[in-house]
Structure formats: C-alpha cells, structure tokens
Design a protein around this ligand. Structure first.
Ligand code: EPU
Length: 443
C-alpha cells in the first residue's frame, strides 16, 4: 500500500452547517407524508457496492447527511459515485486506489466502519479508523473485529486505526456473536460473501435492513440466506456482479411521524410506510390509545380522539428486532409525557440513550432518570417552549416532536444532527401544518 499520504489529510473540508430549528408548537398535524428510504439500509447497500467492479444502481436513497458523508468517503478511496437524480445513486468500484477510511469520516459517521468487511474481502487490505464513542454510549467495534479475525483476517490496532489484511482470501467460518449486533452481522456478511467456503453467523441480527442487504447481495450473485430467524448462512463466491436495488422504507422515520401525530392529537397518512416492520412499536401505540390502520403501502394514524380521552401510559423496553427499536425509544418517550400515569422506560440496547431526557425535562416533562438504562415518565404534563440543545440524531427528532406539542416557541440548537438521518424533516412537518423554521446558528 502506498503509505505516502498523512493520516489526517483534508477529508470533507466543507464545515458542518450548524443550524437551529425554531418551532411554534400547539398545532395539530394533518395531511399526508411520504416516507423515505431507510438510512440504516442505504449506507450498508452503498458499502456492499464496493464488492464488485460492476456498476450498482440504488433508488429510494434518502437525501441525508450520512449518505453525503459516505459518498465522500467512497470517492476519496477511488470509487465512482454518481448521483444522476434525486434519491438515485450509481456506484462503480473498478479499482479502489487508497484503502484508507480516515478519522474525519469516522468522527462524522460511525457507520463508515461498515466498509471494513467489503474492502478487506475484495481488496485484501484496509486501514480504517476506530469510530469510537458517541452520545449514545461507548459503542465499541470489538465484535466486528473479532468476526473478521474469525474469517482469517490479520488486524492490528495502532494510533486509533485498524490495519487489516487478508492473507490470500478470507476463509468461511462459524461466527458466534456473544450478543446481537446489527452492523457486526452486516460487516461479517459483507466479508463472507467473497470468502472461500461456508460461513454461519449466529445469532444474526433480524432487522429488516439486514434482510434488505441480503436481498441486494443475492441480486449481486452472492449465496447468502437466512436459514433460521437468527441464523445467516453464506457460501462464498469468487466474484459478484452489479445490481439494481430500491432501498427499503425507513421504519424509524415512519415511527417518528406516527408519534408526531400522536403528540399533536393529529391525523396523518404515511405513504410508502412499512407497517410490517413496525409490529412492536404499533403495539405500544395501540396500548396507549393511538388509532392506527395499515393499508398496502400506507399507515393511517388518528389521534384526534385523544382530545377527549387522554393517552394511556405504558411500560416499554427496547430490544433488538423484532422487539421495540431503540431508535424509536426517544419519540415514544415524548408521547409518554402526554399519557396518564407512570410509565417505565427500559433502554436495554445502548448505554446513555436516556440522557437526552434531561432536555425534555427542561420543556416541562416529569422524568426521573434512575440509571443509564431506566427512567420513569409521569404524565400527562403540559410541555412549554424552551431553548434546547441536541447531540444525537434520534433525540433531536424527538425534541422536534416535543416542540410541536409544546405551548410557545422552542429553539433547538444542534439541529444539523437531525439532517444526518431524516430527509427534509422540516419541509415534511411544514407540509403537515407545523410552524417550523430552519436557520443558521447565531441568527
Ligand atoms: N456492541 C459491542 N461491540 C460491537 C458492536 C456492538 O459491544 O462491536 C454493542 C453496542 O454497544 C450496543 C449493542 O452491541 O450496546 C448493539 O449495537 P449494534 O451493533 O446492534 O448497533 P449498530 O449496528 O452500531 C445499528 C444502527 C443504530 C441502531 C442499532 C440498534 C446503523 C448505522 N446503526 O447500530 O442506529 O440504534 O443498530 O438497532 O445501522 C440511528 O440510526 O440513529 C442509530 C443509532
């Protein structure tokens, strides 16, 4: 590998545009909203495109900051990424010339670590930054690294970087994760599809985005299959081909809008919404008294009756799929502030994902944070406009929901975090009748 370039070369010189959202609350949301493609599928599909030299074409890709960052990382390593139309990306990885994923990319987006498996298995080497922690806990990558080692990779960790090599070809193996990991499963799968021999991943994550990746890999000619709910088996191939794929709809965005309708006593229709992928969340909504009906491709949410009959509190616990998604814990908590009674929240997937409740408390919520994994929300309590700060994507979207329900004006700083994962969120809420303004910070 040509090691001439310094590690900290200028990646993405464009600075993050710090933004605030100003929201005037108290309006019922009404109308129709289109659900975008899933962030957590699109990023992995784009990484999978590096497994072949042939062109891959993706439609329904959300236009979000994380996709922009990954596009930039891919271009930096010599991959051609075209963006011929909104939501359409074409990727051709003829020859990656600089197999290096820098700290600057990892700092912006932990998901850049998903490039480890595909680059290592296709090109035999990669240097990739440790993505480290973020605002929802330590979030280590040891399970990804262990999986690559099980497949025969040699990996050293120096100065914040993993130096990974595959002497010859990676070899199929039994990968037994000590706990369920979504990206760990995906990284292992992406490496094993070009490895020599048979791989079994167990327990494998069951998220719909993992299945979307499986279905794209199959179109590429990979022999990969879910042979039991939590087992994926792979027979490695020497070569994969280019393929086209439409990204699965974003169940987390859909859940966020459902909670938004609930918290504003609104009535909205979600178009292109994945009802089948929202089972546990819809059960919580039903228990709380939000009326939901699923069509073929639509979800109707009606919370207008909560004007007369308040929402009911309930206890929730986040779990890997098919359990209640940790990414939907924050929007559910906002709804719980408007529900009658004492609701217990158990965040079992991540550490520190309850910290943001401190900001919700500043808006009037009655919240007790017992420890890193448990909180109690007592309701209903009226929320009021406030100046709040967000440091994480899902918490950010949820403070928008709180602001929509609050009396008065809320200013949300750090709003650029939300654009990492939600396409045109302000425009979508405006269309539903919200009063929301997006401004550069400092205005
Ligand atoms: N974990 C380890 N070691 C590892 C990997 C994970 O200890 O090597 C731990 C984590 O710290 C966590 C648990 O295992 O406690 C589960 O983490 P997982 O690996 O499943 O999470 P992830 O793959 O890093 C994805 C999503 C997250 C989502 C989680 C859980 C992407 C890019 N991210 O993260 O999405 O919350 O699965 O469903 O797919 C978001 O979109 O805002 C987001 C955070």
């Amino acid at each position: 590998m040509a090691d001439a370039r310094p590690f900290h070369w200028e990646f993405n010189p464009e600075p993050v545009r710090r933004e605030v959202l100003r929201i005037e609350g108290g309006r019922r949301l009404e109308g129709t909203v289109s659900i975008s493609g899933a962030k957590n599928a699109a990023l992995k599909l784009m990484a999978a495109a590096t497994l072949t030299g042939e062109r891959c074409r993706f439609t329904n890709v959300p236009e979000i900051e994380d996709v922009r960052v990954l596009t930039e990382v891919l271009r930096d390593i010599g991959v051609t990424v075209d963006h011929p139309a909104p939501n359409v990306y074409e990727i051709a990885s003829g020859d990656a010339e600089w197999l290096f994923v820098p700290l600057e990319a990892a700092a912006k987006m932990r998901a850049s670590f998903i490039l480890l498996g595909p680059l290592l298995t296709r090109f035999g080497r990669v240097i990739i930054s440790n993505p480290g922690g973020d605002r929802i806990g330590r979030r280590p990558v040891n399970l990804h690294v262990d999986a690559m080692r099980a497949l025969g990779a040699e990996i050293e960790y120096r100065n914040g970087y993993y130096f990974a090599k595959a002497p010859g070809r990676l070899r199929g193996a039994a990968i037994n994760f000590p706990q369920i990991t979504v990206m760990g499963t995906e990284n292992a799968m992406l490496a094993a599809v070009l490895a020599d021999g048979h791989t079994v991943i167990e327990p494998a994550a069951e998220e719909p985005e993992v299945d979307d990746l499986i279905s794209f890999l199959q179109k590429m000619g990979a022999q990969v299959e879910r042979t039991a709910p939590n087992r994926i088996e792979i027979e490695g191939r020497r070569r994969l081909r280019g393929a086209d794929h439409s990204v699965v709809p974003d169940r987390i965005e859909a859940g966020t809008f459902i909670a938004a309708a609930g918290v504003t006593h609104g009535r909205i229709t979600l178009q292109g919404a994945p009802c089948d992928h929202l089972g546990a969340f819809l059960k919580v909504m039903a228990d709380m008294g939000v009326s939901i009906s699923c069509g073929n491709d639509t979800i109707e949410v009606d919370a207008t009756s909560t004007d007369l009959e308040p929402l009911r509190g309930c206890d929730i616990e986040t779990q890997p799929y098919p359990g209640l998604a940790t990414d939907l814990q924050p929007p559910t908590c906002v709804l719980l502030t408007q529900a009658t009674g004492s609701s217990h929240v158990h965040e079992s997937v991540f550490e520190d994902r309850l910290e943001w409740l401190g900001e919700l408390r500043r808006m009037g919520a009655n919240v007790e944070i017992a420890d890193q994994h448990h909180a109690i929300i007592n309701g209903p309590t009226p929320l009021h406009g406030e100046e709040v700060e967000i440091g994480d994507l899902r918490a950010g979207a949820s403070l928008i929901l709180a602001a929509l329900a609050a009396d008065g004006t809320t200013t949300i700083r750090g709003a650029h975090h939300v654009h990492r994962g939600y396409e045109k969120i302000d425009a979508k809420f405006l269309e539903l009748g919200a009063r929301i303004e997006r401004l550069p910070e400092g205005t």
